[in-house]
Design a protein around this ligand. Structure first.
Ligand SMILES: [Zn+2]
Length: 122
């Protein structure tokens, strides 16, 4: 009987250790997920705060030098983004002639360079 009780106690001990560890693992995974999620949300808050601050200081000549560097970097990127957006919009309205490679307005029926029929098989 003593041996049997011992074995039961040992089994119980092992089971408790495992389930306790399992509980810890699950808690840790959830904590990691929660932390990652909070970090992502915090990054969005930082970005939103940065945009608010950018609008406040973008034309401020008296802004601190390191702030001006970032303001100029943002303005430069915005200008590049605008140029690319215009190019993309322009490309959308153009067709490439399959015969001569010329760029033609997408409402044209014939290529104004070589006369090829555009936008459809013959
Ligand atoms: Zn053509």
């Amino acid at each position: 009987m003593e041996f049997f009780d011992d074995a039961v106690n040992k089994t119980k001990e092992v089971f408790e250790t495992v389930s306790k560890k399992t509980g810890e693992v699950i808690a840790t995974e959830k904590q990691r997920f929660d932390m990652a999620s909070l970090k992502t949300k915090r990054e969005k808050d930082y970005t939103a705060l940065g945009k608010l601050y950018f609008d406040l200081v973008k034309d401020d000549e008296n802004a601190a030098e390191d702030v001006k560097v970032l303001v100029d970097a943002i303005k430069e990127k915005s200008s590049q983004i605008d140029k690319l957006a215009a190019q993309i919009q322009g490309a959308k309205n153009k067709l490439i002639c399959s015969n001569c490679g010329a760029k033609i307005d997408n409402n044209s029926i014939y290529c104004n360079i070589c006369g090829e029929k555009l936008g459809g098989e013959e």
